[in-house]
Design a protein around this ligand. Sequence first.
Ligand SMILES: Cc1ncc(COP(=O)(O)O)c(C=O)c1O
Length: 399
Amino acid sequence: MSRDLANRTTKLSESKTLVITATANRMRAEGIDVTNLSVGEPDFNTPDPIKVAGHAAIDSNFTRYTAAPGIIELRKAIANKLLKDNQLKYDPTQIVVTSGAKHALTGSLLATVNPGDEVLYPVPGWLSYPEMIRIAEGEPVPYHCKGENNFRPDLDELRSLITPQTKAIIVNNPSNPTGAAYTPDEIREIGAVLAEHDLWVISDEIYEKLRYDGEEHLSFAQVDGLFDQTIVINGVSKAFAMTGWRIGYLAAVPALVKAVTKLQSQMTSSCCSISQKAAIVAIQNGEDETMKTMIAAFAKRCEMVVEALNQMDGVTCPKPEGAFYAFPDISAFLGKSVNGKRIDNSIDLCQWLLEEKHIALVPGAAFGAEGFIRISFAASDEDLKTGLQRLKEGLAELK
Ligand SMILES: Cc1ncc(COP(=O)(O)O)c(C=O)c1O
């Protein structure tokens, strides 16, 4: 025996955004004015009524362990939300409250995947998916949602990738990083392919409320024949500006709920009691005025960002239908140089833009999509204007 670290951790990749974040932090510490458009969280504060519920929980000493799958009032509120918004009928006992949607995703994978099982995940897609699959000792298998296909999956490819080894597929609608949000018909079409197979559909719907195309959000669990197969993942982080409170949830068939509850009871006991009380208010108030204001602001910024990007020579950017990211194609700039430095890929480009133009963006390579960059519009109008101007100036210098 030796004190080597477990393969489980040594095989995990470090986030490709880490280099950018570390450089941005160092520059800020040196007093450099860096415009950060790389973050994946609302710039708004948590609405007051939610904060008041958090304070009340502390004041009334609601500060002890809770039941492992979450307090029943919150599970009821979530079940009501799923019924009202998604016409999905779950008993509150079919809900597990988790420490963020991230924890609901890892819990779902740990509960379903055996070593070597294949799990399909979207590319471009959120960089945590393949790493979470590895944590569960599964084999990550990418399916592509290419720009030329409007960032939708190719159904023929999807069919060809599903094998007897496929245990689960992760679907993410609306998508981080592409901003693609499927129409109900598209969901039904993709869902029909998945319903032909005995696999779990892990449906990450964390950006459900952030939608700009006026289309209805259909959950994969609503597709005919998919209810029992689907694990609905959602949470309060993005829609209610509550990223730090760490509350997410999953809804699924009882066997899955029991398995995730067992895992959670051994790994975290439960999630934060105070945050659970606050999340009840968020979920019960649903679309109150604060949330509507925030979404309207994102919609306005989305227009502004996409217009400015498409006006830059060599950049093309489809309009995101949801989430809060623009994902422009910058491939025209790869292979160009500036001051003797060659920009070979999106990581080089983001590194150079950060060091020389003081704007932090995420390289498409981090999401498996070389030739793209991700710009978050969950930032103030002022930061967006400054950032876009810096980007425009930077790209114009590449020859
Ligand atoms: C696609 C996607 N799913 C899940 C999450 C995690 O959300 P939470 O903060 O609730 O863990 C994120 C956060 O960036 C995300 O982009």
